[in-house]
Write a protein that binds this ligand. Structure first.
Ligand code: PGA
Length: 252
């Protein structure tokens, strides 16, 4: 049975004091939830990761990073390596977020290198994929997402997939208030799972958790999470408020 996951991507929000408070609030509000087969992850900025790991100790909250450099070490001013992340207790990394792709020019080829580095370091990856509005409008959206998966992930061996989580995030729904309809999300999630089944096998595909991301909020989470191939969410804005984030976790 695949795992359900609610992950909060804090992006470039939340300072050290706020991060400590937010983790404490989430900790308090989820401690009595059953959370069977469900993981709760938060992804603060690099600078707050070490303290977040400590603050989340002995709780149901896991801490992930938002990015990582593809090289193991060296002259890359301002960058952070897999080993540095591991050394502060990080086990999971978000890669390929559409903001990294569009604002920092990360393409499929670079992302495939980052994935290889992460997996070589026994890190789990939440890999984001998703189409732009133009692709959605021209009906090329399945092809676009299919090619992102193929270019960055299909060189992996079957055994590597135990450390891959996918997050389908239509770019037109991120931070816009506009959400994919439950049917649109299910169509894409089914397409993604089917593509993985064709490349590898059905059993492997059935075990991959595929999260939906893009303006998920307490009012729409349950509808989206009820879809057969939606295994949880990657939450931006609504993950910055403990109440909203908790309500989304309860919706799973
Ligand atoms: P949003 O962001 O929930 O604020 O739309 C989602 C994301 O970027 O992961």
């Amino acid at each position: 049975m695949r795992t359900k996951i609610v992950a909060g991507n804090w992006k470039m929000n939340v300072n050290e004091v706020e991060s400590t408070e937010l983790i404490q609030e989430i900790k308090n509000s989820i401690q009595n939830l059953p959370l069977e087969n469900t993981r709760v992850i938060v992804a603060p900025s690099f600078i707050n990761l070490a303290s977040a790991v400590k603050n989340a100790d002995n709780s149901k909250i896991e801490v992930a990073a938002q990015n990582m450099h593809e090289a193991t070490s060296g002259a890359f001013t301002g960058e952070v390596s897999a080993d540095m992340l591991k050394s502060v207790g990080i086990k999971t990394i978000i890669l390929g977020h559409s903001e990294r792709r569009s604002l920092f020019n990360e393409d499929d080829e670079l992302l495939s290198k980052k994935i290889d580095t992460a997996l070589a370091n026994d890190l789990e990856v939440i890999f984001c994929i998703g189409e732009h509005l133009e692709e959605r409008k021209t009906d090329n959206y399945l092809l676009e997402v299919g090619s992102q998966i193929k270019n960055s992930l299909f060189h992996l061996e079957a055994k590597d997939w135990k450390n891959i989580i996918l997050a389908y995030e239509p770019v037109w729904a991120i931070g816009t208030g506009e959400t994919a309809s439950p049917e649109q999300a299910q169509e894409m999630h089914y397409f993604i799972r089917n593509a993985i089944a064709k490349k590898y096998n059905k059993e492997l595909a059935a075990n991959v958790s595929i999260l939906y991301g893009g303006s998920v909020k307490p009012s729409n989470a349950e509808e989206i999470f009820s879809q057969a191939d939606v295994d949880g969410g990657l939450i931006g804005g609504a993950s910055l408020k403990a109440n909203d984030f908790t309500a989304i976790i309860k919706a799973i």
